[in-house]
Design a protein around this ligand. Structure first.
Ligand code: ADP
Ligand code: MG
Length: 318
């Protein structure tokens, strides 16, 4: 199975996308953006053993590699359109590639993203890099830098599921329905592409949560030159996570666990319309805090300031 046969067999699928003038097979991909739109481009690299455990199914590796990029596109309120794939493999394993491609094209197909090119190399580790280019109406991308004092801080979905699931999986605990749910949140994250576009006109700033709620909210606030406070009792935690872990452990994952690929955004509007918007995307939008003047992110629990830092749990109440 040489490089060209590999590309032909697993990645060169017939495109029915009229925006693609030239795709896989030429030296470069040529594609056409809509008028009155800007391009948004994102890239994420995943290294086996660093960004995902070696035992993860090839289909999940392919799916995640696309989903984490879709999530960055979502955070910008853009529409994903075209992607490239750089693949470094130790050897060409047909069964692995078949499953990988299935996962990759499943995630891409959910948002009509066309694979327009890439690069394939042999190397000492499995490394998967996906780059996605999307479009956004001129001037409408949501940046990290727009939050203002007085805005509310919101998140989509529930926090901590993916990291908790992965941790339980790696501990070798026996599987059950709750653990399966949590692990699935790691294996097949849902990028909030449509939701992000639906809230974009109301959002002053947005970021997707890949490194953990606290860390990513802090980045947004820093980029906006403001401070913020999160009320930890408002942070949404799923029923499966509550059933799987003690309260403080669940909250620890909710604040610090990465890999959920939910959205965190700030807004100056009263949030009454958010429930309806969220329901349309089969998820929730929850107000968890407030933006203020100054710098830094602090936490309260039931209104009382608690000492939490990015490095992990210090202390909760007492
Ligand atoms: P070049 O030598 O001109 O860089 P390559 O021989 O590396 O081109 O690739 C041939 C074609 O296959 C190019 O269109 C490239 O974009 C595409 N390609 C290579 N690897 C991949 C991949 N993993 N997924 C999708 N397309 C790929
Ligand atoms: Mg070339």
């Amino acid at each position: 199975l040489d490089e060209f046969e590999l590309i032909r067999r697993f990645f060169d699928r017939q495109l029915v996308d009229e925006s693609v003038v030239a795709g896989i097979g030429d030296d470069g991909a040529v594609f056409r953006a809509r008028p009155s739109h800007e391009l948004v481009t994102v890239m994420d690299t995943m290294v086996a053993g660093v960004h995902f455990p070696e035992f993860l199914d090839a289909g999940d590796i392919g799916y995640r590699a696309v989903a984490v990029n879709l999530s960055d596109i979502a955070a910008m309120a853009a529409s994903p359109r075209w992607m490239t794939l750089a693949l470094t493999l130790q050897h060409a394993d047909g069964a692995w590639l078949e499953a990988f491609a299935e996962g990759l094209f499943t995630a891409a197909g959910e948002h009509d993203v066309a694979l327009v090119g890439g690069d394939t190399t042999r190397g000492a580790e499995t490394v998967v890099t996906v780059q996605i280019t999307g479009e956004v109406k001129t001037g409408t991308a949501t940046l990290r830098s727009g939050a203002k004092a007085g805005d509310a801080i919101y998140v989509s979905g529930t926090m901590g599921d993916a990291a908790a699931g992965l941790s339980v999986l790696q501990s070798g605990a026996p599987a059950n329905e709750d653990i399966d749910y949590l692990v699935r949140r790691f294996r097949r994250p849902t990028a909030r592409v449509g939701l992000a576009q639906a809230i974009a006109t109301h959002a002053t700033a947005a970021i997707d949560i890949s490194d953990g709620l606290f860390a990513d909210a802090e980045k947004l606030l820093h980029a906006s030159g403001v401070s913020g406070s999160i009320e930890v009792s408002e942070v949404p935690i799923s029923a499966p996570l509550r059933r799987t872990m003690a309260n403080d452990d669940a909250l620890g994952f909710a604040l610090a666990g990465g890999d959920d690929y939910e959205l965190c955004f700030t807004t100056s509007v009263n949030g009454d319309q958010f429930d309806e918007i969220a329901a349309g995307f089969d998820t929730t939008l929850t107000r968890i805090g407030t933006v203020a003047e100054g710098a830094g992110l602090s936490c309260t629990k039931d209104g009382v300031r608690i000492n939490y830092t990015n490095a992990g749990y210090r202390h909760f109440g007492d």
